[in-house]
Every structure is written in C-alpha cells, then in structure tokens.
Write a protein that binds this ligand. Sequence first.
Ligand SMILES: NC(=O)c1ccc[n+]([C@@H]2O[C@H](COP(=O)([O-])OP(=O)(O)OC[C@H]3O[C@@H](n4cnc5c(N)ncnc54)[C@H](OP(=O)(O)O)[C@@H]3O)[C@@H](O)[C@H]2O)c1
Length: 318
Amino acid sequence: MRAVRFHEHGGPEVLTVDEVDDPVPDHGQVLVDVEAAAVNPVDTYFREGEYSVPHLPFIGGSDVAGTVAAVGDGVEAFAVGDRVFGTGLGNGMPGSYAERVAAPADVLAHLPEEVAFDDAAALALVGTTAWQGLVHHAGTEPAETVLVHGGSGGVGHVAIQLAETMGARVLATASPEHADEVDALGASEVLDYARDDLAEAVADAGGADVIVDLHMDRYLQFNADVANVGARVIGIGNDTSSGGFDDIGVTKGKEIRYQFMSMYNADDIGAVLTRLADLCARDEVSPVIHETYDLEATGEAQRAVLEDSFVGKLVLTP
Ligand SMILES: NC(=O)c1ccc[n+]([C@@H]2O[C@H](COP(=O)([O-])OP(=O)(O)OC[C@H]3O[C@@H](n4cnc5c(N)ncnc54)[C@H](OP(=O)(O)O)[C@@H]3O)[C@@H](O)[C@H]2O)c1
C-alpha cells in the first residue's frame, strides 16, 4: 500500500509517499481501508519530533474514516465491510496517512450511511476534544454561556456547534474575515480576537460560564477576568510557554475551575464518536472541510494547517 512516512524529524519536506507492506490487524485491532484522514496540528508535532514516535520511519495521522477490510482476534463489534471512523492514531502506533491502517477497535465507531467519510475524518479528533472539554470536564448545562477562543479553527468550529446543540449560548472569537461563517455555526456573538477591548466586550455580553481555550499562554488572566462565578476553563492548546496571571486573586473569588486536558487520555473514544456521528447524521454538528488533498500533498496540507487561516478542517483522501 501507499503510505506517507517521515524517515527523520523535520519540516513538511521530510514527508514521502512510500510503498510499504499492508498492516496486519493484531489482537483487538481492525484493518481499515482508508477513505479519508484529517490533518491536525498534532500530526506536525510528531513529524517535528516535539512529540515522540516509537520508531522511524513513521506513518503519522490521527483521524481515519473508511471501511473494515479485516478484523483481528477478539474483535466482535466490527465486521468486514462496516463503515467506521476513529481517532487517536499516530500516537505510539502507526497513523492514518495511508491506504490502510490497523486501528485498535476501541478508538473506532460505526459510521452511519448519512455521514460522508471526509466529514467523519474531519470530525473525529476535534469532536472528541470538544466533547471531552464541554461534556466531561466542564459539565456544560443548557442556558450557560460558553466562550470559544478561535471559533474558526478545527476544535473551535465544532465546539461552537456542540455547545449550541447542548442549549448553551455561545460567544466566539475569530478573525473578522471569518466572522460571518463562525456566526452561521451557531455563535450568538462573534468577537474579533485582536480587539483591544475584548474583555469588556465579553463582560458586556454577560461573561462566560465555560471557556474553551486554544491559546492558554495568552489568555490565562483574560479568562479569569471574563469568567463568571463558578466558571470552568478548559485548556486545550499546545502552548509551551506558561503565560501567567497578573492578578491570580480573582480566580479564588470566582471559584474558577481549571482543567487542562489531552484528548489522548479519553478512555471512551468509541462511545464519544458514536454520539458525534449521531449528531452529524442529524446535521446538528457539521464539520466544515476547507480543502481536500491527496497523499502526495500531505506536506502542503501540514504546512497549511499551521500557517494558513481558514474555517474548519483539511482532509486527505488516499
Ligand atoms: N489538548 C488536546 O487534546 C488538543 C486537541 C486538539 C487540538 N489541540 C491543540 O489546540 C490548538 C487548536 O487546534 P485546532 O485543531 O483547532 O487548530 P486550528 O484549526 O489551527 O485553529 C486554530 C485557531 O486559533 C485561532 N487563533 C489564532 N490566533 C489566535 C488568538 N490570538 N486568539 C484566538 N484565536 C486565535 C485561529 O484563527 P485565525 O486562523 O483566524 O488566526 C484558528 O481559528 C492547537 O494548539 C492544537 O494542537 C489540543
């Protein structure tokens, strides 16, 4: 099969399309014929060596959608021919940037006919992340106000839709060029993240009960300032600098809870994906696909996911 591998760590140029042996599903694994694989910032962290990989050369790629080609021993939930999607690949095991991938059954879910493969791949990692943050960690309730930083991004554009579906009121930040599209996702107000009076604007809009933060180093104090009493701040971004508080006292007075999280720690990915697929089939949560690439263009897609500004996701189709 064809697979995109990096033989050494480095920039997008280290990715090559190689002919490799088909994977064989191990105990508890499912062999998936890949129809679509989304591109995530984290895929570039593994390529660059910021996150470790078990060996080189290595096939990256977190999200997959496709058809079951074979099942390993002990797999009962899936059968050959099933439509499936999954996430969490490429972390300690080969990823989905290939024509076939052997994936653990517990990070897969059945995919309803109504959901296209590219939408499923686009939704998997970002949807699981948004779910883990909004549902598991924040316990978001109807009529609460959720602030989503970076509402045009992969996680942000799904978090807006999920929060709105849960009955929350959503404030989102975005660049002005994306404001209309982010608004159409279900945000009740879209604020330019670069405006000087952003904190006042959020306060004027009623403050926030739940904050989904993709840029934690930048917004630690901001989040504390705009949070309502009892707010939950969910830290998701990959920031490596700590930022800091100018006035940490406000966090105590408001009894703010901070939860920094990694999607990889979710122990129920298959169950979360099943719920997300259901929402997607009912058009309650619809991932936006900005552009689709073939395997040869994976390097360009990984450059774009970090450097370009767009709404939604980039998808690879082998
Ligand atoms: N912890 C986890 O489990 C987990 C899971 C998924 C993702 N992540 C991390 O979360 C971050 C976002 O992931 P993603 O897939 O959503 O990335 P993405 O698709 O690249 O989106 C990033 C978003 O941030 C916006 N942005 C840029 N500068 C901003 C600022 N100063 N204030 C507010 N928004 C700003 C961008 O808008 P413009 O393009 O208009 O600038 C864009 O909408 C990444 O660091 C990723 O590694 C972590």
